[in-house]
Design a protein around this ligand. Structure first.
Ligand code: HEC
Ligand code: HEC
Length: 301
């Protein structure tokens, strides 16, 4: 009996020891990713100054950036969790606590397109793996808009990543964009603007729909804890029955044709609601052009 207990103790002790080692290894790997320096010297992008380009930048910002950086560009908290850490989105204006007054044009390109700060530090949470796809024209327009924004004083605070956050980085749940981007790869081609599936694919790339709906858009469990399943968007799922008008109404109101309300904490429809009918139709055309893939997981109903 005693002997058996002793062996039991040894086995449990061993398992706990292994778990401690595994946690320590993962925390160390996450820390190593965070302290990697990326030497990225991006090619310059022309920054326009005309009103049409600034308006184009404002449009893109409202759909893809304001959810985190806020409509006044002054930033705000994205993650505040005792286990994961504190991650504020930067103040992009030239006000106190903002980068606008100190960033050069190339600093903006490096941050947005590559996910890297001027000192080579990888930016946390900032989804540059999606913004890598922005054409030079759209990136230039975004930067033109940011530079035109009125200064707002707001000091968002320093990024702090706690041990659980480091583990999430190590296992790729909270992957650093700088680590995912092939920085020297040739620029992806950018289709011209239009109500086409090709331009819809461009918008799906910059919106990063795949980070939640899965690599083939056939449905996936999003990375955020507590998120509902992100459904199949290919014609293998419910969208096969939708028309473009149904898709536009769903994104504008957050309610699907069958009356289901989409939770805005997990599906950023209030941001995408800023997109024009043409751009939403282009996205819908792209989704309808995909091969019908069977759902990758459990759908609601
Ligand atoms: C999911 C939230 C999120 C979205 C969406 C987002 N950002 Fe960010 N962004 C962040 C966070 C968080 C940081 C700060 C990261 C850090 O300091 O490690 C950041 C940093 C930046 C920086 C670098 C500023 C600095 O402090 O060095 C720029 C520039 C920037 N974002 C621009 C944009 C633009 C332009 C868009 C839209 C195309 C955008 N961001 C969309 C979260 C976001
Ligand atoms: C941050 C994660 C996330 C991103 C990014 C995201 N989605 Fe979603 N989406 C979800 C989740 C989660 C749901 C289910 C929400 C619910 O049931 O409350 C959803 C639901 C939907 C639905 C409703 C589908 C149905 O059958 O009811 C559509 C349509 C949709 N998303 C389209 C898109 C498109 C298009 C994009 C990119 C432009 C996108 N989503 C980006 C998480 C995301």
């Amino acid at each position: 009996m005693r002997r058996a207990l002793k062996w039991f103790g040894v086995v449990i002790g061993g398992l706990i020891g292994l778990a401690v080692v595994l946690v320590a290894v993962l925390v160390a790997r996450g820390s190593a990713r965070l302290s990697t320096t990326y030497e990225v010297q991006p090619a310059a992008v022309r920054i326009p100054t005309d009103a049409a380009a600034v308006a184009r930048g404002e449009y893109l910002f409202s759909a893809f950036c304001a959810g985190c950086h806020r409509a006044d560009l002054a930033g705000g908290v994205v993650i505040d969790d005792p286990g994961i850490g504190f991650v504020p989105a930067s103040n992009l204006t030239a006000g106190q606590g903002g980068v606008g007054g100190v960033y050069s044009d190339v600093d903006f390109v490096r941050a947005i397109r590559h996910g890297v700060a001027p000192d080579g530090r990888p930016l946390v949470v900032m989804p540059s793996q999606a913004y890598w796809h922005f054409s030079d024209d759209d990136l230039g327009a975004l930067i033109a808009y940011i530079k035109s924004a009125p200064p707002v004083d707001n000091v968002p605070g320093e990024v702090v990543v706690k041990p659980l956050g480091r583990i999430l980085i190590a296992v790729g749940v909270l992957d650093l964009a700088a680590n995912r981007i092939a920085h020297d790869a040739p620029r992806p081609s950018a289709p011209s603007r239009g109500v086409t599936a090709a331009y819809g694919e461009y918008l799906v790339n910059v919106a990063d729909c795949r980070i939640c709906h899965g690599a083939t858009l056939s449905g996936a469990q999003p990375p955020e804890p507590g998120a509902p399943f992100a459904p199949n968007l290919t014609p293998g799922g419910e969208l096969a029955e939708w028309r473009a008008a149904d898709f536009i109404t769903t994104i504008r109101t957050g309610t699907t044709p069958d009356g289901h309300s989409l939770d805005p904490r997990f599906m950023p429809w209030p941001d995408y609601a800023h997109l024009t009918d043409d751009d939403l139709t282009a996205i819908f055309r792209y989704l309808q052009s995909l091969p019908a893939v069977e759902s990758a997981g459990e759908e609601r109903h």
